[in-house]
Design a protein around this ligand. Structure first.
Ligand SMILES: Cc1cc2nc3c(=O)[nH]c(=O)nc-3n(C[C@H](O)[C@H](O)[C@H](O)COP(=O)(O)OP(=O)(O)OC[C@H]3O[C@@H](n4cnc5c(N)ncnc54)[C@H](O)[C@@H]3O)c2cc1C
Length: 438
C-alpha cells in the first residue's frame, strides 16, 4: 500500500536541528554565515577553530541543506538528498568520519542493465561502457582545447539503443541537466572518482560535524548591506552587524533575488548565478521488505529504454529495506511538477517493467522528494550552461574583501558535491581569517 502523505523537506520530525549556542540572534559578531548546509557548517568550524566569533543563520528549521538524513519517515536513516560521498580522497571527510567512528565503504561498482524483463546482454553492456568511455574522452579532448559548447555534442554517434542511457547517466543523473543544457568545459573539469556509502547516512555525518556550532535555525537573511563601515545582515529576526559575511545559499535562490544585496552584486557575478543554475535530481524512496527483487546491497540498476523517461534504482540501500529510484534532468522537472503520486507511480511502473506485476505488491510505502519546488533550494546542484564553463571562478571572487559567495557552485572541480561545498566553506573561512584584522 502506498501512503500518500507528501515529503516535506523542511520541518519534519527526526531531521537534525542544530543545538543552539545562542538563545537569540546576536546583534554583533565578526562573521555572519548564511545557510547551514555543508559549506556553512565547514566555514563555521574553521572560524570557531580560528578563535573568531561567528553565527550561522539558517532559514529552514533544520541543518544540512541538500545533505540531510531523515529518520522519521521510515523509522530508519534515509538520505533525502546527497547519498554517496564523492571523490572522498580529495575531501576531509575520510579523516573526519574516522575521528567520529563513522564507517565509509565502497559498494561493488558494477551496475546492472535491464532491458524490460531481461538482464542486458554482453554486447549491450559493452556498448554502454564504450559509450561512457567515448563521451569521457571527447569531453576531455574538448576541455583541453577550451571548447565550451553543449555537452550533447560530445556524445558518440551510433550507440544504438544504449545512446539514451549514456546521455541519462552522464547528464540528467550526474548533473541534473540534459546534456544540451550542460557546458562541455564544466564537465571536462569535473572531478568525481570513488563513490562511498556513509554508514548511517551522509546527512547524519554532516549533522555530527555541526554539533556545538553557533547555528540559529528558522532565521532567514533578507538583505545584505555592505555600503557602510560594517556589513549589516538584515534577517527575519533583526539585523546583525559584522566585519564579514559568507553566503552559502544555492545559486537559483540568489539568482531570483532571495537575498537583496546593497550595493547589488557586480554584473558578472549576477550572470554567473544564472549561468550556474541548478539541475534537477529527485528521489523516490520505496520500502520493499525482505528483498523480493533479489538485488545486491546498494546495487545500481539502469534501464535500456528509448527517451528521457528513465531512472536509476539503488537496491537495498545499506543492506536495508529501502530502494531509491532517482530521476534527473528535464524529465525529473516534469515529474516533480506532476506531484508525489505521479513520481511514485513512475517508479512502480519501472519495477513492474523489470521484475513483473508481483513486484509492485511487495512495496509497503513510497515517498518522493521535491527539491525543485522548495524555495530554499530550487533544484539539486549547479551545472554550468553551455558557454558558462568559467563562471565558477567569477562566483568565488570575494567582494570588497568582506563578502564571500561559497558553496558547491563555487568549487571549480567538485561542484555539485557535498565535498566540494565543504571545501569551499573552508576556503572562504580561511580567506576571512586572513582578511580580518588580528
Ligand atoms: C537528490 C540529490 C542527490 C544528491 N546526491 C549527491 C551525492 O550523492 N553526493 C554528493 O556529494 N552530492 C549530492 N548532491 C548535491 C549536494 O547535496 C549539494 O551539492 C550540497 O549539499 C550543497 O551544499 P551547500 O552548502 O553548497 O548548499 P545547501 O546545502 O543548499 O546549503 C545552503 C543552506 O542555505 C539555506 N538558505 C537558503 N536561503 C536562505 C536565507 N535567505 N537565509 C538563511 N538560510 C538560507 C538553505 O536552507 C540551506 O540549508 C545531491 C543533491 C540532491 C538534491
Amino acid at each position: 500500500m502506498i501512503d500518500r502523505r507528501s515529503v516535506l523537506l523542511a520541518g519534519l520530525a527526526g531531521l537534525p536541528v542544530a543545538r543552539l549556542a545562542f538563545a537569540a540572534v546576536p546583534r554583533d559578531v565578526e562573521v555572519v554565515i548564511v545557510g547551514a548546509g555543508a559549506a556553512g557548517i565547514a566555514a563555521a568550524r574553521r572560524l570557531v577553530a580560528g578563535g573568531r566569533s561567528c553565527v550561522v543563520i539558517e532559514a529552514s528549521g533544520r541543518i544540512g541543506g541538500r545533505c540531510v538524513t531523515d529518520s522519521a519517515i521510515f523509522g530508519r536513516p534515509c538520505d533525502l538528498g546527497a547519498h554517496r560521498l564523492i571523490a572522498a580522497a580529495a575531501t576531509p571527510f575520510p579523516a573526519m568520519a574516522r575521528d567520529l567512528g563513522v564507517r565509509l565503504h565502497e559498494p561493488e561498482e558494477e551496475e546492472t542493465l535491464r532491458v524490460g524483463r531481461r538482464r542486458a546482454e554482453d554486447a549491450e553492456i559493452d556498448a554502454f561502457s564504450q559509450g561512457i568511455e567515448g563521451f569521457g574522452q571527447a569531453i576531455h579532448e574538448a576541455g583541453r582545447r577550451g571548447v565550451d559548447v553543449a555537452a550533447s555534442e560530445m556524445l558518440p554517434r551510433g550507440l544504438g539503443r544504449v545512446g539514451d542511457l549514456v546521455a541519462f547517466a552522464v547528464g540528467a543523473l550526474d548533473c541534473g541537466k540534459d546534456l544540451d543544457r550542460a557546458s562541455s568545459l564544466d564537465l571536462a573539469r569535473a572531478r568525481r572518482g570513488s563513490h562511498h556509502v556513509v554508514a548511517g547516512g551522509h546527512g547524519a555525518l554532516l549533522a555530527r560535524l555541526a554539533e556545538g556550532l553557533p547555528i540559529v535555525t528558522g532565521v532567514a537573511a533578507v538583505r545584505i548591506d555592505r555600503s557602510g563601515r560594517r556589513i549589516r545582515v538584515e534577517t527575519s529576526a533583526g539585523t546583525i552587524e559584522a566585519a564579514a559575511a559568507i553566503v552559502t545559499v544555492a545559486t537559483d535562490v540568489l539568482a531570483r533575488g532571495g537575498i537583496r544585496f546593497d550595493p547589488p552584486l557586480p554584473g558578472d557575478q549576477e550572470d554567473a548565478l544564472v549561468g550556474l543554475s541548478l539541475g534537477v535530481r529527485e528521489r523516490v524512496i520505496l520500502e520493499i521488505p525482505g528483498n523480493p527483487l533479489r538485488l545486491r546491497d546498494d546495487e545500481e540498476v539502469f534501464f535500456v529504454r528509448p527517451g528521457k523517461r528513465t531512472l536509476r534504482l539503488t537496491g537495498n540501500v545499506e543492506g536495508g529495506d529501502l530502494v531509491f529510484a532517482d530521476v534527473g534532468g528535464s524529465f525529473a522537472d516534469e515529474l516533480v511538477r506532476a506531484g508525489e503520486r505521479a513520481m511514485v507511480d513512475f517508479a512502480l511502473s519501472s519495477l513492474v517493467e523489470a521484475f513483473g506485476g508481483e513486484a509492485k505488491k511487495k512495496v509497503a510505502r513510497g515517498r518522493a522528494t521535491a527539491w525543485r519546488r522548495d524555495p530554499l533550494f530550487g533544484g539539486a546542484s549547479s551545472c554550468a550552461e553551455p558557454g558558462h564553463g568559467d563562471d565558477r571562478t567569477i562566483l568565488r571572487r570575494p567582494l570588497d574583501g568582506r563578502l564571500w559567495l561559497a558553496g558547491e557552485a563555487s568549487h571549480p572541480t567538485l561542484w555539485g558535491t557535498v565535498g566540494g561545498a565543504f571545501l569551499e566553506g573552508e576556503r572562504a573561512a580561511d580567506e576571512v581569517l586572513t582578511a580580518l584584522p588580528g
